[in-house]
Design a protein around this ligand. Structure first.
Ligand code: MG
Length: 310
């Protein structure tokens, strides 16, 4: 990424639009937290500039695909209504680190729901490894361990397991997004994970980093999906279903989890983190989600000029 791209993302955008076939085969793919949505006082929302940018994309007939770690029910509860109202059309979603693709839709009853396009779930051997890891941590005395898991059935939401029944109430109050908290021995966890198809597991040692270090070779947080499944994988799958070409698309993300940035033509890095990903044609950096909204909005003008010239 050269300094010019840092200083003037709009000129790079203009170049990308002239070079690519964005207006015919492209889309915008965006991460949510830290990228497309702002968080203030613990509440995440879509900013006004971003709203304007989304509307503009809709008017231009370009899809905006959400690619988030969040599970569908969490996306629906936090931004579902707002996002749907902006575009008034089903919203393509890659959720849970690429493990489930689908669409946020308006149900007959007027609520926002989710329709799966496809999912790739954890295999019995993945579950075995997760349970063995949890078992070793519990044996080492890590009672603060929490396992979050996300069934394929999106209506089930998020379920959390704690090995320690005395902590269950605390977990319920701390993690309000959870549909259910279960507690007890590792065999309870194992039974729950084997009972239904699970897309993603998140392991969290709910302690400060220095204390978590005591449990060797353990990261404080780890995500588990089927081998080879990440946000980039999900991006490729949904692109295939929607008939999009990632090379002609714009991707926006803010963290190392946003590996799909390496698959798109124009990668937009939001915020200050140094990421290794580079877009296949261009890479730019912008300040925040407000700047992302402004950038998307400007595609209207740049895109139509470019389109007219072709
Ligand atoms: Mg993010």
């Amino acid at each position: 990424m050269n300094d010019q791209a840092l200083l003037d993302p709009h000129s790079t955008l203009r170049e990308f639009l002239a070079q690519s076939d964005f207006m015919r085969h492209g889309a915008v793919m965006t991460d949510l937290d830290g990228t497309a949505v702002v968080e203030e006082n613990g509440r995440a929302y879509v900013s006004v500039p971003m709203e304007t940018g989304l509307k503009r994309m809709h008017d231009l007939g370009r899809a905006v695909v959400i690619n988030s770690l969040r599970f569908p029910l969490s996306i629906i509860r936090t931004f579902g209504k707002a996002w749907y109202q902006i575009t008034g059309a089903p919203v393509p979603v890659v959720s849970m680190r690429g493990s489930q693709c689908g669409r946020m839709v308006l149900t007959k009853a007027g609520a926002i729901g989710f329709e799966e396009i496809e999912a790739i779930c954890l295999e019995p051997e993945n579950i075995r490894a997760i349970v063995a890891g949890a078992s070793a941590l519990v044996d080492a005395g890590a009672n603060e361990l929490l396992i979050f898991f996300y069934p394929r059935d999106w209506t089930r939401g998020e379920i959390i397991w704690t090995p320690d029944p005395t902590r269950a109430q605390g977990v319920v109050s701390k993690y309000r997004s959870a549909s259910q908290v279960i507690s007890g021995g590792v065999q309870i966890l194992e039974r729950a994970l084997r009972k239904e198809e699970v897309c993603m597991v998140f392991q969290l040692l709910d302690l400060p980093e220095d204390r978590a270090m005591a449990y060797q070779h353990t990261h404080r947080n780890s995500f588990f999906t089927h081998a080879g499944v990440d946000k980039h994988y999900g991006a490729q799958r949904i692109a295939k279903h929607l008939g999009l070409d990632l090379l002609h698309s714009i991707g926006a993300g803010d963290s190392p989890m946003d590996d799909f940035l390496a698959g798109v033509g124009l990668a937009v890095i939001v915020g200050r983190l140094q990421l290794e990903y580079r877009g296949r044609l261009h890479t730019v950096r912008i300040r925040d989600s407000l700047a992302l909204g402004t950038l998307l909005y400007s595609i209207g003008e740049l895109g139509s000029k470019v389109g007219a010239r072709k």
